[in-house]
Design a protein around this ligand. Structure first.
Ligand SMILES: NC(=O)NC(NC(N)=O)C(=O)[O-]
Ligand SMILES: [Zn+2]
Ligand SMILES: [Zn+2]
Length: 530
């Protein structure tokens, strides 16, 4: 593993002759709020893989040139423009591998322009788009082309694409290979109905086929791991007793056994492949909610060497079923947010290293589909609009560490853990080795934020893009929930109406967001695998 370069500056082009050309944007002053191609970012807290250092990061041609520690004799290396962020934290930009950007076809739900502006405002520098909720779904070379066309000139951050594995392409090797060759970073499938008509679910045979093809391309398979155990579980609900407007009713319809059954099946597929001596692709379980039997299965498989990773999402960590008000369908997602005991175990799993990474599963719809008037959990759209909430959880975790780390050392969260859950590991899953870490030769994708600044989030806080009121309400709900007493040892005791301030987001060296403003032009690029 490469170390962080803390030596005085050198010319990155001599050491990495090819990297300086990869995805290098043509110089366009409209792409950046900073008119420099070569400059330094100085801070007392730069999060590198080798720890948090006081020093400076050199940005040159969109890449990280060198990293120098303050104590090094660097007077002459900081020649040129220096942006001094003082005590603010400089971290790798977040890489969110689970986002539904819904364009083409459902731009009224979420689109490239609004989604990537929200990302930039929250310090997320790379998004990987899910193949469903747009229309058509991204399941072929042709539909990927439509995606990339729809994204043109709308990206404020870089965006890659997962392709969809569906029954139609699963046994059609040339179609699947066409999709992979066209540049999707991996495939995603559902083991239960997805709620989207042109994205049908896959079974074990489809998944087996895909794992072989993916192994040839060394790209992962991501799976929504729930199997519907009772075909119509809603029929089990008792009329007049189980009110569809009550969250507990919804919770009953998607028990943890659905996640467990899916994960068991997946693990037996990869176990078969291993014993047969075949190559198998990396398997990634998206949005784990059940921290009991499902998690135990994952732990067991990992300890026996399976190529397996798992993500969970901020909403599973932030909320628990007991606190979800009846009729509040904003909290409906699948798998569901479970009870407080599960929430506690999920935290423990994250802290103990059994959960590899975080993602948003940002899955908005138009507000009408959430049926706010009826408040019917069974009929409302399942999906949480959460991209913007990443930033909050991000700071929540960091503040918790910074303010209480000394009290609960055992559970203290470090900036390096945050970088590993949100940046380094997701970048690796998506095959983006040039992203996710502050190291020389990597893309200069950075977020600068003040974890401990006094900053009031109120109605005037404007990082919300597609459905502004809705998202703000969600955020305020989160804030008020976090004030309530719970048994969680992770509950912050500080006043959560004071949050971090995001100062700057750099995407490949371009300052795309700073102090509430976006760069004039959207200069993010579509990321296509080669
Ligand atoms: N069609 C969706 O966006 N589904 C999503 N919905 C959720 N999570 O409730 C998902 O990722 O499964
Ligand atoms: Zn899903
Ligand atoms: Zn999703």
């Amino acid at each position: 593993m490469d170390g962080v370069d803390v030596l005085p500056t050198y010319n990155v082009q001599m050491i990495f002759p090819s990297l300086s050309f990869i995805m290098f944007q043509p110089s366009n002053s409209e792409c950046s709020l900073l008119p420099h191609d070569h400059f330094w970012i100085h801070s007392k807290r730069i999060v590198t893989p080798e720890g948090v250092i006081s020093g400076a990061v050199e940005i040159r041609g969109g890449n990280i040139g060198s990293i120098v520690k303050d104590k090094d004799p660097h007077e002459k290396v900081l020649k040129g423009h220096v942006v001094d962020y003082g005590e603010a934290v400089v971290m790798p930009g977040l890489v969110d591998v689970h986002v539904h950007l819904d364009e083409p076809g459902r731009a009224e739900w979420e689109g490239f322009y609004t989604g990537t502006r929200a990302a930039a405002a929250g310090g997320v520098t790379t998004l990987i788009d899910m193949p469903l909720n747009s229309f058509p779904s991204t399941v072929s070379e042709e539909t990927l082309r439509l995606k990339v066309e729809a994204a043109q000139d709308k990206l404020y951050v870089d965006v890659g694409f997962w392709g969809g594995l569906v029954p139609d392409n699963a046994f059609n090797k040339s179609a699947l290979e066409g999709l992979l060759k066209a540049g999707v970073l991996g495939l995603k499938s559902f083991m239960c109905p997805s709620g989207i008509n042109d994205f049908p679910m896959t079974n074990a045979s489809h998944i087996k086929e895909a794992l072989s093809t993916l192994a040839d391309y060394d790209r992962p398979l991501l799976v929504h791991s729930e199997i519907q155990l009772d075909f119509d579980s809603t029929s089990e609900l008792k009329d007049g007793v189980d009110d569809p407007r009550s969250y507990s009713t919804y919770l009953k319809t998607r028990p943890p056994s659905w996640e467990e059954a899916a994960i068991k099946e997946l693990l037996s597929i990869i176990q078969d492949k291993r014993t047969s001596g075949h190559q198998w692709a990396h398997l990634h379980i998206v949005h784990l909610s059940d921290a009991s039997a499902s998690l135990d299965l994952i732990k067991g498989a990992k300890s026996s060497g399976a190529r397996l990773s798992v993500e969970t999402c901020p909403h599973y960590l932030a909320f628990s079923a007991e606190n979800i008000p009846d009729r509040d369908t904003r909290f409906k997602c699948a798998p569901p947010i479970r009870d407080a005991a599960n929430n506690q175990k999920l935290w423990e799993a994250l802290m103990d290293g059994h959960i590899d990474m975080l993602s948003s599963d940002h899955s908005p719809s138009v507000p009408e589909l959430k049926l706010f008037d009826e408040g019917d959990f069974l009929r409302a759209w399942g999906g949480i609009s959460s991209l913007q909430v990443d930033t909050l959880l991000f700071s929540w975790l960091a503040l918790f560490f910074l303010l209480h780390g000394h009290l609960v050392k055992k559970y203290g969260i470090t900036l390096n853990q945050l970088a590993s859950w949100w940046c380094e590991r997701p970048a690796k899953l998506a095959g983006q080795e040039l992203k996710g870490t502050i190291m020389s030769g990597k893309h200069a994708d950075l977020v600068v934020w003040e974890p401990d600044a006094d900053f009031v989030i109120d109605e005037s806080y404007s990082i919300y893009h597609k459905h502004p009121l809705w998202s703000l309400q969600m955020l305020l709900r989160l804030l008020s929930e976090s004030k309530k007493e719970t048994k969680s040892i992770y509950q912050p005791t500080w006043d959560p109406s004071y949050q971090e301030k995001f100062l700057a987001t750099f995407v490949r060296g371009s300052l795309v967001y700073s102090d509430g403003k976006h760069a004039p032009t959207a200069c993010g690029v579509p990321i296509l695998a080669k």
